[in-house]
Design a binder for this molecule. Sequence first.
Ligand code: GLC
Length: 474
Amino acid sequence: MKHIIMVASEGNPLCKSGGLADVIFSLSEELTKKGNKVAVILPFYKSIKDTGKLFKFVRTGHTEIEMSRRHQDAEFFRAEYKGLIYYLIGNHYYFDRDMLYGYEDDGERFAFFSLAALHLANSLEEIPDIIHVHDHQSAMIPCLMKEKGGAYPNLTNTKAVLTIHNPAFKGYLNDDALGELFGLPHYLYDEGNVRFDGAVSTLKSGIMYADKITTVSPTHRLELLNPSTSMGLDSVLRLREDDFLGIVNGVDYEEFNPAQDSFLFSPYDQNNFAEGKEKNRARLVAQSELEDDGGPSFGMVSRLTSQKGLDLIIGAVERIASEGHLVFILGSGDPYYENELQRLRDTYPTKFLFHRGYSNQVAHDIYASSDFFLMPSSFEPCGIGQLIALRYGTLPIARATGGLADTIVTDGEKADGFLFSEYSQYAFNETINRAERVYFEEKSMQKMIVSAMKADHSWGKSADEYIALYNQLS
Ligand code: GLC
């Protein structure tokens, strides 16, 4: 039994912008089911006042954090949910804002959050065995634990784990930030441990100071060690290669279960998927005033960013819709891509459903109603959409990168999806053609759907790998 503290910038069901939030909750829940004690520390964002209504948060105390010669009050709140403990760190100035991120002072906001989280961890009655931090927002914590140990005497034996979910964000800060925000000596910068690209990088600091580092799939681990795909991190990670692991994410099998999904018009399982998918599709088509040609249908649920291969998606939607087949896309993000998709929606109003924004209902409808799930990511540390799609018998058509390469089977008896390597419209369209051919060979298609629905991407095995890692440390 370990006492683990997760420190992250987002976590379900309180605040979410991407897959990180899913992982924080579902991994923590699985670790708890396996007998560990897990607490999640998050910022008390403004939006939590709505999403957290069901939580009974109790104020447990506060402290003053010294930031840039200013004193900022950190308030602590606690609640229990599904066997997990949630702590929120409140500060009106930093977190009472409309969005989670995207502010000029994000570096300072998360420096404050990291310092407050450590203060809280140090003050808990039960000393944590592990502090597990995620991405650049909390990645300075391992360095603070080692370099300012005196400030956190109860954490002397606590070990730090860093998980990299998105290596594109390095957490850059001006070198003055070291002293001003974190109260750390400047020689750490001069010596290089926290320096990256001529700035302080919280992510690099995390890599240098954490006791173990993980990323969210074995293939992405290899990509991060390879100069052509590491986004600059290979030389740093190579220094820590022996302490660096790839553990693939799972997906919450309770939340995503086509046989018991209250969002679905017609829930289904491995025995009646043909009928179930057909009925769900008919309802989505009717509600969205589309015209169904009875051919293959394609879905996507995603943040609309270049990472997710949106440039290729735009070309593919044009092709699929002009052929008369259906495409359903749900998501929001980069305004350029939102506008392009809206333009296509206007061009093909009976073939292309574009729902801008996010809706659980529409997401579940798309997973259940589509035959194929599009995921041509330029990079994808793990990816969650393909795992949900597989569970709903919706065959992924994805780029062979990161976790997509690790979780989709393309050959043999268990084949359950389609992969392409080169990031090009040609390669993506060719793979869509291949999938369409399979669609019309009914037996092969059904076999792949069954394989997809049988594949096990629940958290059990991956949570065991994290537990083994924690056990190595303490
Ligand atoms: C990031 C990655 C995605 C991963 C998620 C959770 O959003 O881009 O691939 O699935 O984190 O680890």
